[in-house]
Design a protein around this ligand. Structure first.
Ligand code: MRU
Length: 376
């Protein structure tokens, strides 16, 4: 059983981002992240199609949580198979789920892991097998995040020492927080560990247009946990770095190549460039499940998701009379909406993983994960 005593909280409660409904385990529940921070709405997933829709419409998002949702969706496919052959249905669900979002590699990783269990399961109870595997993926994700937290904490502690206990200013982009994982987050785990240890930290939260995962999700969860932070628009980071107002950057990643290139939310690359120009350490926090050992060159080989133009042309938020969507782009102007970019390894100071911190390079990753780094 995972110890939840000190884990980041939501509305004062220990929480997970995905779970089985307590009085009906055939239903999986999630927080509808599109509604945060203004509304806290629990959403039921009853079929694998509900799970696929939750991923593609971004009720859930963030690489590890996308993977966990796919695993639970396959469980749902086994629970309510309808007519026909259960294995064929699982294969169909696996294929469709795998196409919901292209960039985060955890999605396919989780699907492959669950389908391997199905293949090895023989005549065993498939529902029980899938429930155990989805639960294991979630439990392991929490432990992985805590490992990242412990290793990242050492970096923050060192800067705190250098500043004689003065505030450590950390810039982050998008939401690689509890809400992007099962809990603790990746980029945020070292921040939560540092805050709980009494180290003075302050987080610069990039707004992260167009979907505002920074201002809507990261700011919300940091506030829920009492972590000092300030929301900034995406273009401010370079200015802050020029004026010594950022001690380090920590972001997440959706896919890391074996050579240490990282794909993350659009705009991460520009922050890495600014950090490089200003001598600010730029770390990327990742679970090893985010490493794609099959590719070397991130710019060439990582598929970059393009999303609907309305995410750019319209903004959803709270007005005096309730929630509303408003158009901000001139009617008729074409819009482009790339959701991710790739930061080359040369701009990354280090990778914070559950097994330690390493150089963003093939040698660095191979040092931490020698078995997986072997070329087949
Ligand atoms: O489009 P999103 O919200 O799924 O993008 C999320 C990110 O870019 C995160 O930084 C990344 O998934 C790492 S999550 C631990």
């Amino acid at each position: 059983m995972t110890d939840r005593s000190d884990q980041p909280r939501a509305r004062g409660e220990a929480f997970r981002t995905i779970w089985q409904k307590p009085d009906d385990p055939r239903i999986v529940q999630i927080i509808d992240q599109r509604r945060l921070p203004h509304e806290y709405v629990i959403h039921d997933l009853k079929t694998w199609e509900d799970g696929a829709n939750a991923i593609s419409e971004m009720l859930v998002r963030g690489a590890p949580l996308i993977g966990a949702t796919a695993a639970w969706s396959l469980y749902l496919a086994a629970v309510s198979p309808g007519g026909g052959d259960r294995i064929s249905l699982l294969m169909q669900a696996a294929e469709k789920l795998g196409s919901t979002r292209p960039t985060a590699v955890n999605l396919q990783w989780a699907i492959d892991r669950v389908m391997a269990v199905v293949a090895a399961g023989g005549s065993q109870d498939i529902v029980g097998l899938l429930q155990r595997e989805a639960t294991a993926i979630c439990d392991e994700d929490i432990e992985i995040s805590k490992g990242i937290g412990r290793h990242g904490l050492a970096l923050i502690e060192e800067i705190s020492r250098q500043k004689s206990g003065g505030t450590v200013n950390i810039l982050t982009h998008c939401n690689a927080g509890s809400l992007a994982t099962i809990n603790w987050g990746t980029a945020t785990a070292p921040m939560y560990f540092a805050h709980q240890k009494g180290i003075n930290i302050h987080v610069w939260v990039d707004e992260t247009r167009p979907r505002n995962q920074g201002s809507q999700l990261t700011a919300w969860e940091l506030a829920e946990n009492g972590v000092p932070h300030t929301v900034i628009v995406d273009n401010v980071g370079g200015h802050l770095m020029q004026h010594g107002m950022v001690d380090l950057c920590i972001t997440g990643t959706d896919r890391t190549t074996r050579s240490g290139d990282v794909a993350n939310k659009i705009g991460t690359y520009l922050k890495a460039l600014a950090a490089h120009d200003n001598g600010v350490p730029f770390y990327v926090a990742l679970p090893s499940t985010t490493i794609d050992w099959t590719i070397d060159d991130g710019i060439r080989d990582i598929p970059i998701e393009e999303r609907d133009a309305t995410e750019v042309s319209h903004v959803y938020g709270r007005t005096a009379s309730g929630m509303a969507t408003v158009q901000t782009v001139a009617a008729g102007s074409p819009v482009m909406n790339y959701a991710f970019d790739v930061t080359p390894s040369r701009l990354v100071t280090g990778l914070i993983t559950e097994c330690g911190v390493c150089e963003a390079s093939e040698a660095g990753l191979a040092g931490l994960f020698p078995q997986r780094a072997q070329r087949t």
